[in-house]
Write a protein that binds this ligand. Structure first.
Ligand code: ASP
Length: 340
């Protein structure tokens, strides 16, 4: 009898330990913007949802195998970079001069190590190069030709800039250039010309955040930036703290939207700082920054956020945001519009 008395609490304790598996979670985005159901064909919507699901599942499979959140983030982002549906890698928007200049960044929430590249033209998956900058260089951010020389030194294969071409992004460039020239003919300066561009020309970035079985958070973002960008313009996506942030002590964030505002308001790091220093839930911090800080200032876009307990939240102040998530407590979900 005495043995049974000891054995039962022991078994109960053990079974509690077994069921208290660490949470796993991943969330991704494929850009925010004027995404309206009435303007989207059924085929495009189905294709976007399928690709978002594929990327999320690929990242989640890494987590389920016991892989690191950084690997999950990269696996998901590479699928989106390789898809012509999003403004990153293949499908990236065009610069004013008809090229593609790609930006990407990554951050490891366990070590606060980070890597970023900006203005690269010949790297098939810029997120892979961001990782090499983080792990194989003493730097955080490399740009343009220098970044590509570093990539070659690491054995990365260079690709032609044309492989990122898509008809959709080219049509956007032609329209954007026409609008800019109209404004120029009216005597407007460069700033006024760009301000007249409809917001649709600013969006489409991809990103991911993940939490692994060791409780480590990671975040990453990859983009072609803004349609018809000139003069080496750089948005928030490669800037640590603006477009990407991860810290196990607070949260992981990847942003998409009008990059200039995300830089000035240091959006990704600001959300996590509020979690860390104000002790508020990540969802509340994100909603406050996106709706009450960014929007009144004129900044549009959104974020995906994940905390160290696996709570996923997504905030955006645009009509829609391509997004998806999966965790050990929730099945795959994809969303495009305000109400999914
Ligand atoms: N944030 C990106 C940029 O400003 C654009 C985007 O999110 O689509 O370059």
């Amino acid at each position: 009898m005495r043995k049974v008395q000891i054995l039962i609490p022991l078994l109960l304790a053990l079974s509690c330990q077994v069921s208290a598996k660490p949470p796993l979670a991943i969330a991704i985005h494929g850009g925010a913007g004027t995404i309206l159901k009435e303007k989207m064909s059924e085929e495009t919507e189905a294709a976007v949802r399928a690709k978002l699901g594929e990327a999320t599942n690929a990242g989640y499979a890494v987590l389920e195998r016991g892989g690191a959140s950084m690997d999950a983030v990269i696996a998901a982002i590479k699928i989106l970079e390789d898809s012509p549906l999003f403004n990153a890698g293949h499908g990236a928007v065009y610069t004013y001069d008809g090229k593609h200049e790609l930006d990407a960044s990554l951050m490891d929430g366990a070590t606060l190590e980070a890597g970023a590249v900006t203005g690269v033209r010949h790297i098939g998956n810029p997120i892979d190069l961001a990782r090499l900058v983080m792990t194989e260089s003493p730097h955080v951010m490399l740009m343009g030709e220098g970044a590509e020389a570093f990539a070659r030194s690491q054995g990365m294969v260079m690709v032609d800039n044309e492989i990122f071409n898509t008809e959709r992004a080219h049509q956007s460039l032609l329209k954007a250039r026409e609008k800019l020239k109209e404004q120029e003919a009216l005597g407007k300066d460069y700033q006024a010309q760009v301000n007249e561009l409809p917001p649709a020309y600013l969006y489409g970035t991809v990103g991911a955040v993940a939490l692994d079985a060791n409780g480590n958070l990671s975040a990453g973002t990859s983009t072609g930036g803004m349609t018809a960008k000139r003069y080496g313009r750089i948005g928030d996506a490669p800037i640590i703290g603006a477009g990407t942030w991860a810290d196990n002590a607070s949260c992981a964030v990847s942003a998409t939207g009008h990059g200039e505002y995300f830089i000035r308001y240091h959006v990704a790091a600001d959300i996590c700082s509020r979690v860390k220093y104000q002790g508020i839930p990540a969802a509340k911090a994100a909603e406050h920054v996106i709706q009450d800080v960014l929007l009144p200032a004129g900044g549009t876009g959104g974020v995906i956020v994940l905390d160290a307990l696996g709570n996923i939240s997504m905030s955006f102040n645009t009509a829609g945001m391509y997004r998806a998530s999966r965790s050990s407590s929730s099945a795959l979900e994809t969303g495009i519009y305000k109400q999914n």
